[in-house]
Design a protein around this ligand. Structure first.
Ligand SMILES: *Cc1c(COP(=O)(O)O)cnc(C)c1O
Ligand SMILES: [Zn+2]
Length: 425
């Protein structure tokens, strides 16, 4: 194993404990030996400031690696070189329905190659794993991460094990198996899957993207925030709504805003970051609403399986970001999640998975409560594709009407539709 290898590109400096600030070499490790605090990648921002300008970013190909100085790999990306730069959509029709002046949708439902924001984190984690000499990669996943690790490992010729709760949606399971990954279903919740994976990672020395490679993995999420700022015309949105599983994405979007403003690429505008969860698994938003700094672990029970983490690793830091920015937390029921999915689909033509329904549903609530003022501007982070969680919507958006291949039958159907339109006027 090449744990001693810690070559740097000169922009990343070390792994640093978020609690005590102790520094560690840039290897495959994720907790501080002294206080078990999580390790995070530290950068030389002075050097980055001298190297990274708007012009330089704009001159590069449209993928997440255009911000490479702020991503933790030493050389060229070897995995996921084409990931990112997903569309930012001005969502006027949804804005009108939610009652807000200006609304944007960052659409990672069409991220390449596996249709969720997880391609961003995997691209970084696997590129770094290759740099550190690993041949086998693995993850503990609620579904989308498994899909992305399996696909990207296949394309890079890496051995791959993915561990998931055994009751995931079929789309998520097939989407891992098809790439030839070793898929292990665990009879238990994600938190039990994760605990098992921590043991396996220690014993076998594999690169677990969200265990021993977590500091690198997590940094990949920043690219979603970098893109939002660039695509808004080098501005930070006033309000950003992010759905939370472990809470990592939310903290990294905040970090991306901090980094761009610190580097002078955008102006600090006093942004607010809001967190969204499903009521059936809402440890973080429940704590936020109660004004607490710590969450209480829960047993998940929700259709938003991609967000079903009862003991969120970054929950504490997500609460801190909401508090520091003046953001709020809110949660939505399974029915409200389905309503959110339909609302986004019907107004903007975007089919999001259950996590997207959570984001839209929570945005609707926060706007109605005035916590996101109706005269402000907001970005909704849509993180995954609805085709992977079809079960959640089957029987909840009507049925197709079946007729014989006959013009007469069609005209009868059309006439009854028109009668309905007239009577509903
Ligand atoms: C993993 C995931 C998230 C959030 O993950 P964090 O652990 O909070 O970073 C959000 N949406 C989808 C669809 C996901 O798969
Ligand atoms: Zn420490």
């Amino acid at each position: 194993m090449n744990f001693h290898m810690s070559q740097s590109n000169g922009f990343m400096k070390a792994l640093k404990c978020r609690e005590c600030g102790r520094e560690y070499p840039l290897g495959a490790t994720h907790v501080c030996e002294f206080d078990f605090g999580p390790l995070e990648v530290a950068y030389d921002y002075e050097r980055i400031r001298q190297n990274l300008t708007r012009e330089k970013i704009c001159s590069r190909p449209q993928n997440m690696w255009r911000y490479r100085e702020l991503l933790p790999i030493a050389g060229e990306p070897t995995v996921g070189a084409k990931v990112g730069y997903t569309p930012l959509i001005k969502a006027d029709r949804l804005a009108a329905r939610l009652g807000i002046r200006e609304l944007w949708v960052k659409n990672d439902a069409v991220n390449y190659p596996t249709l969720s924001f997880k391609d961003r984190v995997v691209s970084v984690a696997l590129s770094r794993s290759v740099e550190l000499g690993f041949k086998t990669v693995a993850c503990a996943s609620t579904g989308n991460l498994a899909n992305s690790v399996a696909a990207n490992a296949a394309a890079a010729g890496l051995h791959c094990y993915v561990f998931i709760p055994s009751d995931l949606e079929q789309g998520k399971v097939v989407n891992s198996l098809v790439y030839g990954a070793n898929v292990v279903g665990i009879r238990g919740h994600y938190d039990e899957v994760n605990r098992l994976c921590a043991e396996i990672a220690g014993k076998y020395g594999w690169a677990f993207v969200n265990v021993n490679m977590r500091p690198y993995y997590a940094e990949g999420s920043k690219s979603m925030g970098f893109e939002i700022q660039e695509q808004m015309g080098w501005r930070i949105p006033e309000h950003t709504v992010v759905c939370m599983a472990s809470g990592s994405l939310l903290t990294k979007i905040h970090k991306s805003y901090q980094e761009f403003s610190k580097l002078g690429l955008v102006q600090n505008n006093g942004w607010k970051i809001h967190g969204a969860q499903a009521t059936g698994c809402s440890p973080i938003t429940t704590a936020q609403k109660a004004g607490l700094d710590f969450f209480k672990p829960v047993k998940p029970n929700t259709i938003a399986k991609s967000l079903a983490i009862g003991t969120p690793a970054d929950g504490f830091y997500a609460l801190k970001v909401m508090k520091e920015t003046g953001g709020h937390g809110e949660d939505v029921t399974d029915d409200e999640i389905r309503e959110g999915i339909r609302l986004l689909a019907e107004t903007e033509g975007i089919f999001a998975e259950t996590a997207g329904g959570v984001t839209v549903g929570v945005a609707k609530k926060l706007i109605a409560q005035g916590k996101i003022p109706s005269d402000s501007s907001a970005v909704l982070c849509i993180t995954g594709n609805g085709l992977k969680t079809l079960e959640a919507m089957v029987g909840h958006c009507g049925e197709s009407r079946v007729i014989k291949p006959s013009l007469r039958e069609f005209e009868t159907l059309l006439a009854s539709d028109q009668a309905e339109v007239v009577s509903s006027r």
